[in-house]
Every structure is written in C-alpha cells, then in structure tokens.
Design a protein around this ligand. Structure first.
Ligand code: ISE
Length: 339
C-alpha cells in the first residue's frame, strides 16, 4: 500500500510526540505538513532538526486542502479541536482527534451532525487506552463472562502534577475522561448518572482546584465505577483498574519493570508520565488510524464515543459545581451512522 500523507494540527508536546512516532516507528505514513493555532509556533517547531522537511501551513483548512494530505491529526489545545475537525470532515479528509473531541457535548453534537451530513464516518478520537494491551486483556476477561457479571469497578488515575494554568474542571475533562471512556468500552454500556465527591484537598494542589476527587459513575445496568482522579500526587503516574464480578475479580496489569530487592526492601518502578506509560498504546492507536486511512475505512473510538464521554464530563462538572449532586446523563438518540 502507498504511504499516506499526514498533516498535523497542533505541534505542542502531544503533536510533536505523534510527529516523531510517525517518522521513527510507524509504517505507511509520512508527515508532510504541520500547522498550529499559533502559526509562529508552528514555524518555530518546523525549524527544529527533528522535524526537518515538513512544510508549514496557516491553519487546519489549509492542511486539508493540500492534495498530498490524506488525513489530519489534531493535537492542538482543546478549544481549537472543533474547527479543525469540522474542516477535515467538510474537506473529505480523514481525521484523528486527540481527546476531548471538543470541550463540550454541544460541540461534539455539531461534529456528529457534520459527519452524518456526509454519510460516512471519518473521525477517530484519541482514547488511546483502548489500544493498551493491559486494558484489552481486561476487557477480554470481563466480556468472556468467565468471572460472572461485573458489579463494581475501582479506577485510580494519579498524575504527579499538571502544567501551569491547569483549570479546576480539567480534572474531569482532561483526566477522568479516560476512565469515563474505558467504563463505556469495558462494559459496553452507556453511563447514565454521575456524582463527584470531594476529599481533603492536597496541599500540592494550586489555589482554586480541589484535588483529589472521586467520580462515581453508574452504567445503564447499574455497574458502579469509583474513579479516583488525582492531579498532584507527586510520586508518579499511576494507573489502576480493578473490576469485581460475581465470581471473581480482574485487575489491569501494570507495565513490567524489573522487581528490585535490596537492603531498602522490594520495589519496582512507576512511570512518571502518560506518554511513557502508554507509549505502546499510542503507537498501536496511530498505526491503526494510518492503516484505516490507507484502506478508506474508519476504526476505533468514533465521534459518538467522543460525544458520550463529553456528555458524562459535562454532567460530572455540574456535579462538581454543585458539590455532590447526582447528575443524570441523557445522550439523546444515537444516529444510525454510529450504531
Ligand atoms: C493528559 O492530558 C492526558 O491526556 C493523559 O492521558 C492523562 O493521563 C493526564 O492526566 C492528562 O493531563
């Protein structure tokens, strides 16, 4: 199969990591051009030695208009996603969009409508955990039925810290959104209500932010998922998930690092950030997008998944703002294109 041409919109930390993975590790694609909501920044990044030979365009629409661009990868800041994704859909260009698809459920609805109007699915949303080996094994076990019906799950999502400017609601829309998506995918059910519980605030967490939080999700059949979302845990990037079923339980396997035993005791390593922790998942995710663009198909989490996750985030933020109300989630009808 011929190589596909990729345009990357948003060349901050995540966008650049994707440029590098496409250039260094993946097959079947080349990055032909980049753009960024800040065009000067795009020009500065394109001048770096690790990005040599890549052209710079003014915006996402210009990327899509290039005859050598078959797909755009959107990794700009959240508020810039909607316009870029819509530009791709309207131009008939395949889109990979980092989560969140857009920062509000209403914005995701607009994306869905635009896709429905074209009559084909063309957007993959960046919920990379669905491509992680450990999560895939866990899902296989839970859905095999060998452990009986799932009843309850516990997830921990602990970050060592967050960048300056991190806002209170992002603990939901940037952090817990992964567990929201994983819950829907693991159990194959929509989330119907949410509650956010506060706990004692960590002294590491900046003014105005309540960290950690526990986000309680209930699925349509009543499975309850307790998500511990921590933005300023200090010690590392620690991800856990355990599902209790009627006949047993299954937990996410941690990545394997050597187990050290010495005078200090027994220990192993914990990752320090998500790009390292999920590097294999990102590679598999972007490779599957490249393959699907080459094959003219669409795979992985779609706009409906992006919308459903965002609708749950909106409800969780409402619960957070009300200091603990149980907030229902009403997704409305799912268009046939996504059934
Ligand atoms: C970050 O934006 C991500 O997307 C990571 O996957 C997540 O684990 C982290 O908490 C976020 O800040």
């Amino acid at each position: 199969m011929e190589e596909i041409g990729v345009g990357v919109y948003g060349v901050g930390r995540m966008g650049l990591a994707h440029v590098q993975r496409i250039r260094e590790r993946l097959r079947g694609a080349r990055v032909v051009a980049v753009a960024d909501p800040d065009p000067d920044f795009a020009r500065a990044v394109a001048a770096r030695p690790e990005v040599t030979g890549v052209l710079v365009e003014e915006d996402a629409a210009a990327l899509c208009a290039r005859p050598d661009v078959d797909g755009i990868l959107v990794a700009a800041w959240d508020d810039a996603h909607e316009q870029a994704v819509l530009a791709g859909i309207r131009a008939g260009t395949r889109v990979f969009c980092e989560k969140p698809l857009t920062p509000t459920a209403a914005g995701c609805r607009r994306v869905i409508e635009a896709e429905v109007a074209t009559g084909r699915r063309s957007v993959q949303v960046g919920f990379m955990r669905r491509f992680d080996r450990g999560y895939r094994d866990l899902r296989g076990l839970v859905s095999s039925g060998d452990l009986g019906s799932p009843l309850l799950a516990y997830c921990a999502h602990r970050n060592p810290s967050q960048p300056d400017g991190f806002e209170a609601h992002q603990i939901v829309s940037q952090v817990a959104v992964h567990e929201i998506d994983i819950t829907r995918w693991l159990f194959g059910e929509e989330i119907v209500r949410v509650r956010v519980d506060e706990s004692r605030r960590s002294s590491r967490s900046p003014e105005g932010l309540i960290d950690p939080l526990t986000i309680v999700l209930w699925t349509a059949s009543g499975i309850r998922v307790n998500v511990e979302a921590v933005c300023f845990a200090g010690y590392g990037y620690d991800i856990r998930c355990e599902v209790l079923c009627e006949d047993g339980s299954a937990a996410l396997a941690a990545p394997s690092f050597p187990a050290v035993r010495d005078r200090g005791g027994a220990r192993t390593r914990i990752e320090d950030n998500w790009i390292h922790r999920f590097e294999d998942a990102y590679d598999t995710e972007i490779q599957s997008w490249i393959d699907s663009v080459g094959a003219g198909t669409s795979v992985g989490p779609n706009s409906w998944d992006g919308y459903a996750a965002q609708a749950v985030c909106d409800a969780a933020i409402a619960s957070m703002d009300s200091h603990g109300d149980v907030v229902p989630v009403d997704l409305g009808p799912r268009p046939d294109l996504f059934s």
